[in-house]
Design a protein around this ligand. Sequence first.
Ligand SMILES: Nc1nc2c(ncn2[C@@H]2O[C@H](COP(=O)(O)OP(=O)(O)OP(=O)(O)O)[C@@H](O)[C@H]2O)c(=O)[nH]1
Length: 205
Amino acid sequence: SRLTPPSAQAAEAECCQHSNSCRTAAVMLVGDSGVGKTCLLVRFKDGAFLAGSFISTVGIDFRNKVMNIDGVKVKLQIWDTAGQERFRSVTHAYYRDAHALLLLYDVTNRASFDNIQAWLSEIHEYAQQDVVLMLLGNKADSSHERVVKREDVPFMETSARSGLNVELVFTAVAKELKHRSMKDPSETFKLQEYVNKEMRGASCC
Ligand SMILES: Nc1nc2c(ncn2[C@@H]2O[C@H](COP(=O)(O)OP(=O)(O)OP(=O)(O)O)[C@@H](O)[C@H]2O)c(=O)[nH]1
């Protein structure tokens, strides 16, 4: 479906009616068609996997989810963009308002990985300079041989199918944005360090 997200301010007003400690953040999912953007969002929002026939997103879609980050409500307004080339001009218009970008590729699809450079150029051109950026290698449930990962952007593997790291991605982004909005220089937050620590924690003990 094609929906226009309400402005971030409207979303903030709605969220903050119920709480005086609340932040709103716009998170945008980008990447080639078929890498699993819609599925990742549905997994995060509804805890389910959209198996079966693949319905490509048309234009842009969005969903809200409120997270509790260390006692502060962070409302994520998550925009799911169409990966298909013909919708590129629609998605360009949304980059400017995004606080965070999740750039996905499919670990089983080499072309989707090779296109990351083009996506990064696009992000550089249209997004805010200080946008929070994470690269996600999705479909990590697959036993397929991995394409080489990049070291220059915060990175982690995810699976919309198994749920691997899905909650962690959004928690990490929300934490980063919360830290920034509080503007407390004594508290630093390192996205990659946080996800590395949390991933290790999950696999040990
Ligand atoms: N095995 C596996 N399949 C997945 C995963 N995530 C998505 N898929 C499958 O990949 C296909 C594409 O998923 P979508 O989420 O619709 O892809 P998209 O990136 O939103 O595509 P566009 O809307 O065209 O940009 C679907 O058939 C999904 O079932 C995953 O983590 N593991």
